[in-house]
Design a protein. Structure first.
Lengths: 105, 385
């Protein structure tokens, strides 16, 4: 069967998609279950992430429907999302996410 | 309601297999355990190296694991090999007999020739095999199933294909009233705050954070730091950006269900639904803990083809990529690589896994059973005395 899409979103609320194959800059991103197509601006290796929505500086990067880190720069749709524009949460941020749910260490 | 035919045990539990096993209480008897099993066709050896000269916390963990293994719903009868004045063997025998399990202990000691010990064991095992063959199946439903969730030999696709598909299956089982147990505390480090937020109440959330912290402290005592060492350069080359992302890829085997309980290694859950068990990242010890806690079946994702099985529990292997399936198809039960190929969605593979769980519960043999992969090891926390 011919491949109908080249990326996957792990959760509908994600602002990133995972490339299922190597995608060249300028190619179209087609995500399983999503009708809209998006132009890819950077080369994305398989397994790597591409932004599917605008992510402002210091905003949450969402994968699996969960916060997997904070952006360290503005990220535009179609761009590569990786260590150069995302960081993990610091201790304070982790603790504050727990307080919201009335669970603390 | 999904149903299956299983074996009802005297303590009320339901098994999906009807094994007769022989198991050593101390590592010194490992080879004799294998010899004893070979004397009677169909008997499965459960061999380990623990038991002797252990500190309190390990002694308790060993007893709990051996008791949970011999008293497992998939086990019809269990013969223990003990040595001399074996306190461990006596304690387990008493505990299991109180619960009406079919068990027996033979002791190696200075007053008895080895041939006699083997003869006594062989006779008991022959009768236990006959007895197991006469046992008949009864109908049970999915609410009585406990499914362990495990991964080993992960690759860049684990968090994209097999683990989310196992998560979809886990959510379905929980929705249908069954139980799933997520294991491997090491892999929760970095995403424990996310798992804790899914807890049914603050106590369960706090317990999750506590077991993760204790695990991390034990690792730190050896000079290692999980948080600064992860994701590894190899992980990053594969596309993983943060520790949260890496750990999410593992814990999503547990889907999105509410976390009902956090239990110690090899303990049986007292709640139904989604459970977390404190186990190490070493898959053999982790699967043994899940089984001893009462899981009748284990779902196991692998990207590199880890052959790990269990002597008492069917392990269902879910491969993460197409290439693995093509090369090792006889070792893989479900090919989640179809998600990458665009042939199936995560939800569809989740349904396929659920279907496999039910046929396995009905007696269909998994790849690891067919190949007699019967690994077993008990998690040890400290040095020996």
């Amino acid at each position: 069967m011919e491949m109908k899409y080249n990326a996957l979103k792990l959760n509908v609320n994600d602002n990133v998609a995972v490339a299922l194959t190597n995608i060249k800059a300028g190619e179209m991103l087609s995500i399983q279950g999503v009708d809209e197509k998006l132009k890819v601006e950077d080369a994305i290796a398989y397994g790597h992430k591409v932004a599917t929505a605008y992510i402002g500086h210091e905003e949450k990067v969402i994968k699996y429907g969960e916060c997997m880190g904070m952006s360290t720069a503005e990220i535009h749709p179609g761009h590569h999302v990786h260590v150069f524009n995302v960081r993990g949460l610091n201790e304070e941020e982790r603790l504050s996410s727990l307080k919201e749910h009335a669970v603390s260490i | 309601m999904k149903t299956f035919e299983g074996y009802r045990r005297p303590n009320g539990s339901i098994g999906v297999r009807n094994h007769v096993i022989v198991i050593n209480t101390v590592g010194e008897l490992a080879s004799f355990t294998k010899k004893m099993a070979q004397l009677v066709p169909g008997v499965i050896p459960v061999v380990h190296q623990s038991g002797e000269a252990q500190f309190k916390e390990d002694y308790e963990q060993t007893i709990r694991t051996l008791k949970g293994t011999a008293g497992h719903p998939n086990v019809s009868g269990a013969l223990f090999l003990g040595m001399g004045e074996d306190k461990l063997a006596k304690e387990i025998e008493e505990l299991l007999k109180d619960e009406n399990h079919h068990i027996h202990v033979v002791y190696f000691n200075k007053d008895k020739p080895i041939t006699e010990v083997l003869k006594e064991g062989k006779e008991w095992l022959e009768k236990a095999m006959e007895r197991s063959k006469a046992e008949t199946k009864v109908t049970a439903d999915v609410t009585e199933l406990i499914i362990g969730l495990e991964c080993g030999g992960s690759d860049a696709w684990s968090g994209v294909t097999a683990n989310p598909a196992i998560g979809a299956c886990s959510d379905s089982i929980v929705r249908d009233g069954g139980t799933s147990i997520l294991a491997e505390t090491t892999e929760a480090i970095g995403a424990e705050h996310i798992l804790a937020q899914r807890a049914v109440n603050p106590e369960v959330g706090k317990k999750l954070l506590r077991v993760v912290k204790e695990y991390e402290n034990r690792i730190r005592a050896t000079g290692e730091d999980i948080r600064s060492a992860n994701p590894t350069p190899g992980n990053m080359a594969g596309g993983l950006t943060t520790l949260e992302e890496k750990s999410l890829g593992c814990i999503k085997k547990g889907g999105n269900s509410t976390l009902m309980e956090v239990i110690e290694y090899a303990k049986t859950p007292s709640e139904k639904g989604f459970i977390f068990m404190d186990t190490p990242g070493y898959d053999v010890e982790s699967v043994a803990g899940l089984a001893a806690g009462g899981a009748q079946i284990v779902l196991f994702s692998t990207g590199k083809g880890s052959p790990t099985g269990s002597p008492i529990v069917p392990v269902i292997k879910i491969g993460t990529n197409q290439r693995l399936y093509e090369i090792m198809s006889e070792h893989i039960d479900v090919n989640a690589g179809k998600i990458i190929e665009g042939l199936n969605t995560i939800e569809e593979i989740g349904e396929e896994i659920y279907g496999k769980v039910m046929t396995t519960a009905n007696g269909s043999i998994t790849a690891s059973e067919k190949h007699k992969n019967q690994e077993f090891a008990i998690w040890r926390l400290a040095e020996t005395k």
